[in-house]
Design a protein around this ligand. Structure first.
Ligand SMILES: [Zn+2]
Length: 905
């Protein structure tokens, strides 16, 4: 790339240029577009708007002394894609014919932020779904800056084109007065109002703040042949009432906003049609010329343009322009190797798709002076924001899906996995760990809001924060039966493998790939942890969120994380990048979708109310039951000795508390996965005719569902799994530090055991009795032939009640005391929760099927009778159990009478 060309413009030269019409300095590039005094070309879509030569304009500057002479006195000139003149806080642009004819991509990034997501240095900035395309149109004596509407299309020459033009308009963002002719004869405009403004609409995410032009300044102006890089030190002012830990004074918050403007490439890129069996990010356009009786959407995958070298005839090809990733100089030396390996790993998939060395990794030299935001550089960045993320966003031509630029951002926070927030896990955190809402919205608008709206589980990447939890789990578990030396080696291995896997995942995003949450189903856990399993792909896709693979003590320990991309990753890259890209070839590739290693489910398929128990974030192995059982065994094994393993002499005990919470979470989360089997459906994206294709939905085997129920009875609704060494509890202490920068410290000094266990029990029980689960089961009962066994809603509700209130059947005369009660405190709390859910069902306060309401009513009646019998019997209960049973009986009585008095249509 050409070096930046800057010079202070000599006023005398300018005068000469203006008077004599000399257009060009010797140091500037020659281009056919840049002729002196060129008349602006007629804009392509505004036929009446072209202007004539500047000399005929009434508003034109005097001929004796052109306007720019005064305006641009002592201005610094920048020559490249645009001619720019910078003077103090002003930035003038000189637009010529080519500038009016072209379209430009405008990419925005936060170069320096305030450490609060999303205003974090390194973040790409995008409000809405599409990247921006701009054009400049000359309308009389003004230049309009227009954002193109890229979503609709009709081929030229067809009536539909007129219809599209009339129906969908572009947006005029700015109207700039032409100040006169510039030194090169183009139209001189002041661009400051465009960029010295809240153009990115940052104030929308900073309520109470507004852009202050007097407090803002240019941080950088650079012009190159292909692009212009602008950076504004944008100050947002507020009354100072809001405060941020990371900002010295909120009355003036400065955020460096970086604009990368480049001409839309015309590189011979061919769009590639998307297929719903394979997970790519999409570019979607509505084409009114598309002949289809379904819809007029054209869906393209987002991918890089790899071009064959001239003259090459046979695959594999070495692309003319490989995808080059620069490892930023800020990446610590010890992590550069796993980072490089993680990026290069994808070359294996490209090789299968017909490309040699499609990706190239380079190390940014320490003296490099280019910006990572520059569209010409794809970077792997290492930042310290404390926001805890890794992400691989890419910038895409919204007309074609061509990926133009990608920057992977890694927060060093990744390696501080003993997080304060693990001291206190809230119900919100538990919900987030298990896929969010349990009840599917019943109306279309709310459902759409959940999938696309502000509450949506957007396909932005949450891998890094979950990975911190997983590394924490690994560290808490490691060390059983290991000496100090071995332990150090294993800890290092775990971190390096976690880092490489995260890099592979984020690079996958930058290549266009979406999440595949069925990726972890490739192998049985036993095989992953067999001697032969090492160094193979342990998952079908690194685009899943894969948990730490930790083996129970009597197993061989395999890798902690997969060290290589999996079969789905190869397949997806083959589809997106194969050199044989004919429709027929692509259909053939996609038609392999029914192969077990290629199954695919993504973000919108893994909300807690989705039916497929094999689509989970943070599960591993082909069987959720096996995973849950193994996780339970590991937690049981590693609890003893936890304090000593996580706390060294001289340490406080915060790590022990965080580890304990994380272990409970691993137990609870894996049990939640098992609970999704109940009433679950296996889903498939295969199309008709795909080899071995399964139907789109199929009931989970009934025995599997019952087996899951049994596991939950033993591992969630029983006291046994929570019978931890009692000496542990006195050491589960929160941090004693109180200062800025903390928000999630433990409020209680002691560990709130009942609250935490109850949180998990409630979450699992709520999944089983959610109106979505019950509704689905109720439908399945009808859909499946009546001679086939099905787990019915009646069986589920009855069995849960029987199991959760099992003391009513088993309690016999005995020596119960308040220290050794008939019904334990955990069970009493579980029974109250179950009663609450039954009552809601029976009262019709949910949208569960009416049949479930009547079953719940019947169950409550039976329960009331049995409790009555127990209270009248000779069994001498302790105070707690007796009070609990009395209160339960009375509560049921109230629910039943209220239900009967309700008005029914
Ligand atoms: Zn991701």
């Amino acid at each position: 790339m050409r070096n930046l060309s800057q010079s202070i413009i000599c006023v005398l030269t300018l005068v000469a240029v203006g008077i004599l019409g000399v257009a060009r300095g010797d140091d500037e590039p020659k281009s056919s577009d840049d002729q002196s005094g060129e008349v602006a070309a007629t804009p392509t879509t505004t036929a009446s708007s072209s202007s004539s030569s500047s000399t005929s304009k009434p508003s034109a500057p005097t001929r004796r002394l052109p306007a720019h002479v005064g305006l641009l006195k002592d201005a610094k000139s920048h020559t490249g894609l645009f001619r720019l003149y910078q003077k103090g806080n002003k930035l003038y642009g000189e637009l010529t014919g080519s500038n009016y004819r072209r379209e430009y991509m405008v990419l925005i990034a936060i170069a320096r932020g305030i450490g609060q997501a999303p205003l974090v240095g390194g973040f790409t900035w995008q409000l809405g779904d599409d990247d921006w395309i701009w054009k400049f149109r000359k309308i009389d004596d003004r230049v309009h800056v227009i954002r193109s509407n890229v979503r609709f299309r009709a081929n030229s020459g067809f009536p539909e084109q007129t219809a599209v033009r009339q129906a969908y308009t572009d947006s005029v963002l700015f109207s700039l007065r032409i100040l006169g002719k510039g030194p090169k004869g183009g139209d001189l405009v002041d661009l400051s109002p465009v960029f010295m403004s809240d153009l990115p609409q940052i104030s929308q995410t900073l309520p109470g703040f507004s852009f202050s032009s007097t407090k803002s300044s240019w941080a950088e102006v650079k012009a190159f042949d292909r692009n212009v890089e602008l950076e504004v030190a944008a100050t947002y002012a507020s009354s100072g009432r809001v405060s941020f830990d990371t900002v010295a004074d909120s009355r003036g918050v400065t955020i460096n906003v970086h604009y990368s403007i480049s001409a839309l490439p015309k590189s011979g890129y061919k769009t590639r049609v998307a297929d719903d069996r394979i997970g790519y990010f999409l570019t979607v356009i509505k084409n009114f010329n598309k002949k289809s009786d379904r819809d007029q959407f054209e869906r393209y995958i987002n991918r890089w343009h790899l071009a064959k070298p001239p003259g090459a005839t046979k695959a594999p090809y070495t692309p003319k322009d490989p995808i080059v990733f620069w490892i930023e100089k800020t990446v610590p030396h010890q992590y550069r190797r796993p980072v490089r390996e993680g990026i290069e790993e994808w070359n294996k998939a490209f090789e299968k798709a017909g490309w040699l060395d499609a990706i190239e990794v380079r190390q940014q030299p320490d003296d490099a002076d280019w910006d990572p935001e520059d569209i010409n550089y794809n970077t792997f960045r290492w930042i310290t924001s404390g926001a805890g993320f890794a992400m691989g966003p890419s910038r895409v031509n919204p007309r074609t899906g061509q990926i133009l630029d990608a920057d992977i951002i890694f927060d060093a926070d990744f390696l501080q996995f003993w997080k304060e927030e693990f001291e206190t896990l809230t119900p919100d955190a538990v919900e987030a760990m298990t896929g969010g809402p349990l009840d599917r919205p019943t109306d279309q608008a709310s459902a759409a809001e959940l999938i696309f709206g502000k509450r949506a589980l957007k396909p932005n990447c949450q891998l890094s924060s979950g990975m911190a939890r997983q590394i924490c789990f690994g560290m808490a578990a490691l060390g059983v039966h290991k000496d100090a030396k071995e332990l150090a080696v294993e800890k290092e291995k775990l971190i390096m493998q976690a880092l490489k896997e995260t890099v592979m995942h984020e690079v996958g995003h930058t290549l266009g790939l979406r999440h595949n949450f069925k990726g972890s189903r490739l192998m049985e856990l036993k095989d992953i942890n067999s001697e032969e399993g090492a160094s193979q792909a342990m998952v079908a896709s690194v685009m899943d969120y894969n948990p730490t693979n930790y083996a129970p003590s009597d197993w061989h320990q395999g890798d902690y994380y997969t060290t290589t991309i999996g079969p789905y990753d190869y397949w997806a890259i083959e589809y997106g990048y194969t050199t044989a890209g004919s429709t027929k070839e692509l259909s053939k590739i996609a038609a392999r979708s029914a192969e077990p290693a290629l199954s695919y489910a993504t973000d919108e398929d893994t909300i807690a109310f989705d039916p497929d128990p094999h689509a989970n974030r943070w599960d591993l192995g082909d069987d959720p039951l096996e995973y849950a059982k193994t996780r339970a065994q590991i937690v049981k094994e590693v609890m003893p000795g936890l304090i000593d393993r996580t706390t060294e002499d001289g340490d406080d005990y915060t790590q022990a508390r965080r580890a304990f919470n994380i272990l409970l979470s691993e137990h609870g989360q894996s049990m939640f996965f098992a609970a999704r089997l109940i009433g679950g459906l296996h889903t498939s994206r295969s199309h008709k005719g795909d080899k071995d294709a399964k139907p789109p939905v199929e009931m989970v085997g009934v025995e599997k569902q019952r087996e899951s129920l049994k596991l939950l009875e033993e591992q969630v609704f029983s006291d046994d799994p929570f019978d931890f060494p009692s000496e542990l509890y006195n050491y589960l202490a929160g941090s004693n530090w109180r200062h800025w920068g903390q928000s999630r410290f433990a409020v209680r000094k002691d560990f709130p055991l009942h609250d935490v266990i109850s949180m998990w029990q409630t979450r699992v029980l709520s999944q089983l009795l959610s109106s979505t689960t019950l509704g689905r089961m109720h439908d399945t009962e009808f859909k499946v032939p009546s001679d086939q066994d099905v787990l019915t809603t009646a069986e589920l509700i009855e069995r849960l009640t029987k199991s959760i209130f099992s003391e009513l059947d088993t309690v016999e005369e005995g020596d119960f005391t308040n220290r050794k009660p008939a019904v334990s405190s955990l069970r009493r709390s579980l029974q109250r929760e179950h009663l609450r859910m039954l009552a809601r069902l029976a009262m019709g306060n949910t949208v569960a099927p009416d049949d479930c309401q009547t079953i719940a009513f019947a169950e409550l009646s039976a329960l009331e009778a049995r409790i009555g019998q127990l209270l009248k019997s000779n069994v001498k209960l302790d105070s707690y159990s007796r009070a609990h049973m009395q209160e339960t009986e009375s509560r049921i009585n109230k629910v039943l009478s209220a239900e009967l008095s309700l008005f029914r249509p």
